[in-house]
Design a protein around this ligand. Structure first.
Ligand code: ZN
Length: 340
């Protein structure tokens, strides 16, 4: 126990010392291409102004959301309009659409308007390290075993454990927005096939389900949120697959925005998912994605593995993997909604 504490403190100190490295290494580098760029505290034109940058200044963008990018300014999270920026590095997914997307800000705002949580912000990185430590400490604490037992009992009895519940399942991307693409694997294709498996399992459990798309159609993020807000859903779950420029990065993340039910649901689903698919547990984390932030219902965005990681790319495209992931999500929902 004492050793664990020493390790935690050590890791925190290291994280503090190495912050700038994590920072500079994980985002996408842009250059300001207007006279003055405004930094705001939220991704919208009426948000509070935090400061300004001059033409030519470099900006590292971590998260992208609806034409806005998040960065850090004087130690605070700040948002900039991506239309005012020019890309510095190659944009890895741009080549996929067959257009000469290089340096075209349109491509960022339209094709990637749904936020891709490829950014490892400093906070996320810290959370991940802490959760990893937390996991190690608790592997024998019986938490995961308890969940497995519960699940076993329910499977045997074939109970309609989610009868009366309504879920919205949101396959990320679609149509002109392929999401991440690696080696001819399109994120939009596997988010849809996974969502259909989740849909089927949920119906087996007696739940009603709304899918935000059932085919390869482009649906703007606002519409996905509107659909959720116009119903009495018990939860909204957006499915994604992740990418990162470092191919060795792997694992599953579950994002939430509201620190209430959404956070608790995120913890339940993340735990169940990792138990089912045996991928690295990157933890549940708070993120300000529009699809979560503006949702009236408990809402999650799950990154079900990295298609930039060659091993995970091979697995995540298979029915076997997607079925396991679907079971993990549904068991997580059962654990959460039957433990009130
Ligand atoms: Zn995605």
């Amino acid at each position: 126990m004492k050793n664990t504490l020493i390790i935690i403190v050590g890791v925190l100190i290291c994280l503090f010392i190495f912050q700038p490295t994590v920072d500079a290494d994980s985002g996408q580098l842009y250059k300001v291409n207007v006279e003055t760029l405004t930094l705001r505290d939220a991704p919208n034109q009426s948000a509070t102004v935090l400061g300004y940058l001059k033409i030519g200044a470099k900006v590292t963008v971590f998260l992208q959301s609806d034409g806005w990018g998040s960065t850090y300014y004087n130690g605070k999270e700040a948002w900039v309009s991506l239309n005012m920026l020019e890309e510095k590095n190659g944009f890895p997914d741009a080549a996929v659409s067959g257009e000469s997307g290089k340096g075209d800000p349109q491509l960022i705002t339209e094709e990637n308007e749904e936020e891709e949580p490829k950014a490892e912000t400093i906070q996320q990185y810290k959370d991940e390290k802490l959760e990893e430590l937390d996991e190690k400490e608790h592997t024998t604490a019986g938490i995961t075993h308890k969940d497995k037992n519960l699940e076993g009992q329910r499977k045997q009895s074939g109970e309609k454990t989610l009868a009366g519940y309504h879920f919205i399942i949101d396959p990320g991307h679609g149509g002109k927005d392929p999401g991440a693409v690696r080696s001819e694997l399109y994120e939009k294709t596997i988010t849809l096939s996974t969502a259909k498996k989740v849909d089927e399992l949920l119906r087996d459990k007696g739940a009603s389900v709304t899918l935000t798309r059932t085919d390869d159609t482009f649906i703007p993020v606002e519409e996905r949120v509107q659909l959720s807000n116009s119903t009495t859903a018990d939860a909204f779950i957006s499915l994604h697959y992740n990418t990162f420029k470092d191919q060795s990065i792997s694992g599953i993340d579950t994002f939430y925005n509201n620190v209430d039910e959404s956070q608790q649901l995120a913890v339940a689903i993340q735990r169940s998912l990792v138990n089912h698919v045996k991928f690295t547990n990157r933890g549940s984390k708070q993120a300000s994605y529009q699809v979560l932030r503006e949702n009236k219902h408990p809402a999650l965005l799950i990154e079900l593995g990295f298609i930039s990681n060659p091993e995970e790319r091979k697995l995540v495209r298979t029915d076997t993997y997607q079925e396991k992931a679907a079971k993990g999500i549904v068991s997580g929902l059962e654990n959460y909604f039957n433990n009130d």
